[in-house]
Design a protein around this ligand. Structure first.
Ligand SMILES: O=CC(=O)O
Length: 313
């Protein structure tokens, strides 16, 4: 009997094997494939191990009448309609904390790569241009500048701690003022953007933060401003961001997340003032293993009737 169903083409072979061995879990690549399962397989499914960013809404939940748990692989669960799940008595879990370090590391790496022009530097050495044409134009100092963190949750704090070690003056905006070591709170994102050179977006995704950083904040950041986004493509108004990058309203960006991943807006690829990453904030072997184990442990706890480790609802 299979009462656990994996949903997500992005599960690795190791992750699939682990869940298959532990729970005899079945597999479908996408939520839209659920109706291809037999009536019995759907009727037996008590828990779903979910991975990916495709929407998991009420209609899919209704295909699984005994569903009691959606265990998300990832901290962000904006793909899952949690309200619809709660209404149906379905619990949702995620994988917080274990990925904070990696996501914060990538944010810092993109900020440094952007300032120090590292992508062009690598190309310059590889292509032979260094010998043929000489060094690159001077790039930009990162240490000691002013940075604004949008969203001082678990990941935002890790980013701020790292950038404080780079002697940066830390400003932040979040729902409420926090206990911080001398960092400056801003009650709105525009005043934060006005005060800093770098804006690092570490918000949760979802309806509430849709287009949170928009035209006004980008204009306030100004022509030396750099945006780093490791949250979700939805948190920045992407049309406004592209316009700001193309027209010099801001200086550049480091982006790990986009709308319509992986088929991102081709205008990004034409820009030479951006560092682009394929949504890989948590993508180290170590962290993905920890995330997989936490997802597994939530499913095991649910099936055994124990308390969930990291519940969302
Ligand atoms: O995007 C990755 C996550 O939410 O964990």
């Amino acid at each position: 009997m299979t009462n656990v169903m994996m949903i997500g083409a992005s599960f690795s072979e190791v992750e699939r094997d682990r869940l298959k061995t532990a729970f005899n879990a079945g597999f479908v690549a996408d939520v839209t494939d659920l109706d291809s399962l037999s009536v019995q397989a759907r009727a037996e499914t008590a828990a779903v191990a979910f991975k990916g960013h495709a929407a998991f809404g009420a209609a899919a939940m209704d295909l699984l009448p005994k569903l009691g748990l959606i265990a998300n692989f990832g901290v962000g669960y904006d793909a899952i309609d949690v309200e619809a799940a709660s209404k149906r008595g379905i619990r949702v879990t995620n994988t917080p904390d274990v990925l904070n370090d990696d996501v914060a590391d990538l944010a810092v790496a993109m900020l440094l790569a952007q300032c120090r022009n590292m992508i062009a530097g690598d190309a310059c050495v590889r292509s032979g241009d260094w010998a043929a044409k000489g060094s690159l134009p001077l790039n930009r100092k990162a240490s000691g500048s002013r940075v604004g963190i949008v969203g001082l949750g678990r990941i935002g704090r890790e980013i701020a701690d790292r950038l404080a070690a780079f002697k940066m003056d830390i400003h932040y905006h979040s729902r409420s003022e926090k206990q911080t070591p001398g960092w400056t709170y801003h009650s709105d994102v525009v005043s934060l953007a006005e005060a800093v050179d770098f804006l690092v977006v570490a918000l949760v995704g979802g309806k509430e933060t849709l287009g949170y950083v928009g035209t006004e904040a980008l204009a306030a950041l100004g022509p030396r401003g750099v945006v780093i986004n490791i949250s979700r493509g939805t948190t920045i108004d992407e049309a406004a961001l592209l316009k700001a990058l193309e027209s010099g309203i801001i200086a550049g960006a480091g982006l790990d997340v986009f709308l319509n991943e992986p088929d991102i807006d081709p205008r990004f690829r034409a820009l030479d003032n951006v560092v682009l990453q394929p949504h890989q904030g948590s993508a180290t072997t170590e962290t993905r293993t920890d995330m997989a184990l936490l997802q597994h442990d939530n499913i095991a706890a649910f099936l055994a009737g124990r308390l969930l480790l990291t519940p969302v609802n």
